[in-house]
Design a protein around this ligand. Structure first.
Ligand code: NAD
Length: 356
C-alpha cells in the first residue's frame, strides 16, 4: 500500500502560538486525508464530524481510528453536529482556531433530489453557523468546499472561475452556490478571511462509496452490471485526493483577506468509457455495461481551468488517472477494506435519516 498520504508541497507554516486547525467533516473522505496531512506536518487538528449514515458510518469511524492510531494526541475527534451553533461557538472560544476548513456537507447529486432538506440543513444551515463563529473570531481563516457542480449546464469548457454559475442542475449544486454567496456576504460585511474551493470529482483510497468509481469497482468485482449513464458520453475531470489536499493547504496558506474562489481540478477530463477501461485494467476484471440515459441532475461534462490556483496557490495536479486508480484499487483490495463500506448507507435507498 502507498503511504496514507504523500505530501508534495511545502508544509503549512503557522505563526508561533497559532491555535489548532478545525476540520469539519474530518471523518469524511477529503477531511480524513487533509487531517492526516496536517497532523503529519506537526499541526494540532480538531475534527468535527457527526458520523451520519448517508454512507457507511463504519467507514467514517475507521477513518477516525486510523487518524488517532497514527497521530494520537495531535488529533482530537469530536462526534458532534456542526449545526449546534452554541457548541461550535464554545469550541472556537476554547481553541482560537488559526484555520477552519469546512468539509462537512451533505454530498451527492442524486440524493439531493430525494432528500432536499438534508442539503438545506447540512450545507446551508450548518455552514451559516460556521460563518457566525468565524465572524466572532475574525482571526480564523475559513477555507470551505464548494463544487464543480456550481457550473451546472454551462457549456464553456474548461470552466474558469470567471465562467457563469447561474445554471445549477441540482439542489446539491444550488446549496454549494449558496455557500459562495453566503461567504461573500460575510466577507463584505464582516471582513472575514475566506476561500471557496470548487473541487472536481475527487477519488482515491478511503473514498466515498456513493461515487461512481467506488460503486463501479464494487459491482465489477462481484460480477454485477454497472449503469453507464448518458450512454457513456459524460466526461469528468477526475482529480486525485492528494492533489486536492495540496490545493487546500495552498489555500490555507494564502495570506490575503480578499474574497477568493479557486477551481481545484485535474484539467484533463476523461470520458466515462475510457474511465471504465482504466478501472477494468486496474481491477483485472471486465465490466458488464448497462447503457442508460443521463440521470436527472447530472451534467454532461466537467473540465477545470486551474490557472488561477496555479498562479496564486502553486497548485499543480500531478497524479494521472492510471496512477490514482491504481492507488484506489490497492486500498480496495487490501485487508483495510470492508465490504460493508460499499453495501451500507442511505444513499442506496434514498431514505431519510432523521434530524431535518
Ligand atoms: P464526505 O461525505 O465523505 O464528507 C463529509 C463529512 O461531513 C461526512 O463525514 C459527514 O459525516 C460530515 N457531516 C455531514 N453533516 C454534518 C454535520 N451536520 N455535522 C458534522 N459533520 C457532518 O464528502 P467528501 O467527498 O469528503 O466531500 C467534502 C466536501 O467537498 C463536501 O462539501 C463536498 O460537497 C465537497 N465536494 C466533494 C467532491 C468529491 O468528489 N468528493 C467534489 C466536489 C465537492
Amino acid at each position: 500500500l502507498p503511504p496514507l498520504s504523500e505530501a508534495r508541497t511545502a508544509p503549512l507554516r503557522l505563526e508561533r502560538g497559532a491555535g489548532p486547525i478545525l476540520v469539519t467533516g474530518g471523518a469524511g473522505f477529503v477531511g480524513f486525508h487533509l487531517s492526516q496531512r496536517l497532523a503529519s506536518e506537526g499541526h494540532q487538528v480538531v475534527v468535527l464530524d457527526d458520523f451520519n449514515p448517508y454512507y457507511s458510518s463504519q467507514l467514517k469511524r475507521d477513518r477516525a481510528t486510523q487518524l488517532q492510531g497514527k497521530y494520537g494526541s495531535r488529533i482530537e475527534i469530536i462526534d458532534g453536529d456542526l449545526c449546534d451553533g452554541a457548541a461550535l461557538r464554545s469550541l472556537f472560544e476554547k481553541h482560537r482556531f488559526s484555520h477552519a476548513v469546512n468539509l462537512a456537507a451533505q454530498a451527492g447529486v442524486r440524493y439531493s433530489l430525494q432528500q432536499p432538506m438534508a442539503y438545506v440543513r447540512a450545507n446551508v444551515k450548518c455552514f451559516t453557523e460556521l460563518l457566525e463563529a468565524v465572524r466572532l473570531h475574525p482571526s480564523t481563516r475559513l477555507v470551505y468546499a464548494s463544487s464543480s457542480s456550481v457550473y451546472g449546464s454551462n457549456k464553456l469548457s474548461p470552466f474558469s472561475e470567471r465562467s457563469r454559475v447561474d445554471t445549477p442542475n441540482s439542489l446539491y449544486a444550488a446549496t454549494k452556490k449558496s455557500n459562495e454567496a453566503f461567504a461573500l456576504v460575510y466577507h463584505q460585511l464582516y471582513n472575514i478571511s475566506c476561500a471557496g474551493l470548487r473541487f472536481f470529482t475527487v477519488y482515491g483510497p478511503w473514498g466515498r462509496p456513493d461515487m461512481a468509481y467506488f460503486s463501479f469497482a464494487h459491482r465489477m468485482v462481484h460480477g454485477l452490471p454497472i449503469q453507464v449513464y448518458g450512454h457513456g458520453k459524460p466526461r469528468r475531470d477526475f482529480t486525485y485526493i492528494d492533489d486536492i489536499v495540496t490545493g487546500i493547504v495552498g489555500a490555507m496558506a494564502l495570506r490575503t483577506r480578499r474574497y477568493e474562489i479557486f477551481n481545484l481540478g485535474n484539467n484533463e477530463p476523461v470520458g466515462l468509457l475510457d474511465f471504465i477501461k482504466t478501472l477494468e485494467k486496474e481491477l483485472g476484471v471486465v465490466a458488464k455495461l448497462n447503457y442508460t440515459d443521463m440521470a436527472p441532475g447530472d451534467v454532461l461534462s466537467t473540465h477545470a481551468d486551474v490557472e488561477r490556483a496555479r498562479r496564486l496557490l502553486g497548485y499543480k495536479p500531478t497524479t494521472s488517472l492510471n496512477e490514482g486508480l491504481r492507488k484506489f484499487v490497492a486500498w480496495f483490495k487490501s485487508p483495510l477494506f470492508k465490504d460493508e463500506y460499499a453495501t451500507d448507507g442511505l444513499w442506496k435507498s434514498g431514505k431519510a435519516w432523521g434530524r431535518y
